[in-house]
Write a protein that binds this ligand. Structure first.
Ligand code: MLT
Length: 358
């Protein structure tokens, strides 16, 4: 080997070694995980439970930052625009990465193109809930009350395009009723108001309501999945309770900004997978009713596919429902008077549940 060739080889080897040690070093400082809703809601709870174990694997704290507004799109926009270095990641969901494009004409991100998907964290079935003294003893009476008094009933949600908003829109569409919508920064504060009786009902992810239902501080009418949840075995399914077409599940998943180095994304996915395999973490998620994705469902490729199919699934449903953030901007202020209902024009077909395999 001549002198120039050996110099070139040495430079090449040195840069490979440097790149290797930089990657091996990640993360060298705390990682911020943006939660696009208020503390205490399902997105926040899943992020904190999974993030706690991921911190152990990564050897660095995952700091949760709640960046709220516009049905979760404010926080996700911030995350999408962050440096793609693995130090800012996000917990998105069916709303931010499935429903939002149909509802926000000026959305600043494309859920399928502007992220490095890390992995699915949890499936979250939807439960129809009401304040504890709501005058309906079962789902049939609840439906009758909705049909009789819809516009007088305060429905809580976490902003246009959030899971609670999207799934309650599906419900009111199917029942052909309008309700008075009250927008919150997340379903954590919304459930507080449901407990306090300031609002009448909502559609929320099981993770946010399982403990309250068990404690009797709120009432639940049905879970919108084909099977009952082991976390709430006494709660009938919508099919059992007389509303078989109302079938809907949501999910939470982790994303990094597009362009995150493959090895960094792989480390994050590895930490997520380890969290979902950890007995203590699983127990906490299962107690809240979350569905833990199987191994195949945890890969970045599976998440990419899920996002694409969710955008395709929700876009026609929401367009048919005739709602848009352009006419009903998410003020996202707890306790604000109900904004315009954004009433659906026609009842869209119920989408298939998106719950990942157990
Ligand atoms: C939603 O309705 O999108 C979520 O429940 C919001 C949240 O996680 O607080």
């Amino acid at each position: 080997m001549n002198r120039n060739a050996s110099k070139l080889l040495a430079t090449l080897l040195a840069s490979i070694a440097a790149a290797g040690s930089a990657l091996a070093a990640y993360p060298e400082r705390p990682v911020t995980m943006i939660v696009p809703f208020a503390a205490g809601g399902p997105t926040d709870q899943v992020a904190r439970i999974v993030g706690e174990h991921m911190s152990k694997t990564l050897g660095q704290t995952i700091v949760i930052e709640n960046v709220t507004g516009a049905g979760g799109t404010t926080g996700i926009t911030r995350g999408a625009q962050a440096a793609a270095d693995g130090y800012t990641i996000m917990m998105g969901h069916m709303g931010t990465h499935g429903a939002a494009p149909a509802l926000y004409p000026t959305l600043k991100y494309d859920p399928a193109k502007d992220f490095s998907p890390i992995g699915l964290a949890a499936g979250t079935p939807i439960v129809i809930v009401a304040k504890k003294d709501f005058a309906a003893k079962d789902l049939k009476e609840f439906v009758a009350k909705m049909k009789a008094d819809g516009p007088k009933l305060n429905e809580g949600n976490a902003g246009v395009g959030s899971v609670s908003h999207t799934t309650c829109t599906l419900l009111t569409s199917q029942l052909s009723v309008k309700t008075a919508r009250v927008t919150y920064k997340g379903t954590g504060p919304m459930i507080n108001d449901l407990i306090g009786g300031q609002i009448d009902f909502g559609c929320d992810q099981i993770v946010s309501v399982a403990e309250q239902i068990k404690a009797g501080t709120i009432k639940a009418y049905a879970i919108a999945t084909p099977e009952r949840s082991p976390a709430l075995p006494d709660l009938p399914t919508t099919k059992e309770a007389g509303l078989p077409d109302y079938q809907v599940s949501a999910w939470n998943a982790m994303f990094a900004p597009k362009g995150t180095p493959a090895d960094v994304a792989a480390k994050l996915n590895d930490a997520l997978v380890k969290a979902l395999d950890d007995e203590g973490t699983r127990k906490r998620l299962l107690n809240l009713g979350a569905v833990i994705p199987d191994k195949a469902g945890r890969s970045p490729a599976a998440l990419q596919k899920l996002v694409e199919s969710e955008v395709a699934r929700w876009t026609p449903v929401l367009k048919a429902a005739g709602i848009s953030a352009a006419v009903n901007p998410a003020a996202a202020t707890s306790g604000t008077p109900p904004p315009a209902a954004g009433a659906p024009a026609a009842a869209p077909a119920a989408p298939a549940p998106a719950a990942p395999a157990k």
